[in-house]
Unconditional design. Structure first.
Length: 149
């Protein structure tokens, strides 16, 4: 249970209406003659919807009980992106909407951390470092560089 507004930070997962939400933005606002408010932008990890919510002092918010397990990315097709749990060898998939921008960085065999809520996979976390090879880049344009191209 989170009791202080200062405990609400980015990347924290909260449980609101029995669904997991991740804090995308958190700003502490204190105006004259008003109570302080924590303005947040939250993303639903199941549906992907964005919610803006203000937390006041005394509001009780529960931290979401998420389980983290490692999984390997297998392949992508028309139904979505397929993964295999490293512990149970169970296969599951995510749609392109669920993964969003993270789908661009997936390559076969990469190990990711999968977030589970109520034993259902809801989201992934990419590794901090991924090796890629640049295969093409636009030519340099005069005036775009600090040094000569």
């Amino acid at each position: 249970m989170i009791s202080s507004l200062n405990d609400i930070k980015q990347r924290l997962c909260l449980k609101i209406n029995n669904e997991p939400y991740q804090v995308i933005e958190a700003h502490f606002m204190r105006c004259q003659q008003r109570k302080p408010v924590m303005q947040t932008k939250l993303k639903n990890l199941i549906s992907g919807k964005i919610l803006e919510n203000n937390f006041k002092p005394g509001d009780r918010v529960e931290e979401a009980d998420l389980e983290k397990r490692k999984a390997n990315f297998l392949y992508q097709d028309a139904q979505g992106y397929f993964f295999m749990d490293n512990g149970t060898f169970e296969q599951f998939n995510f749609s392109a909407e669920q993964l969003g921008e993270r789908a661009k960085f997936l390559k076969e065999g990469i190990e990711v951390v999968v977030l589970y809520f109520n034993n259902q996979p809801v989201s992934i976390e990419l590794p901090k470092k991924i090796d890629y090879k640049v295969i093409s880049s636009p030519p340099a344009v005069r005036g775009d560089t600090a040094q000569g191209s």
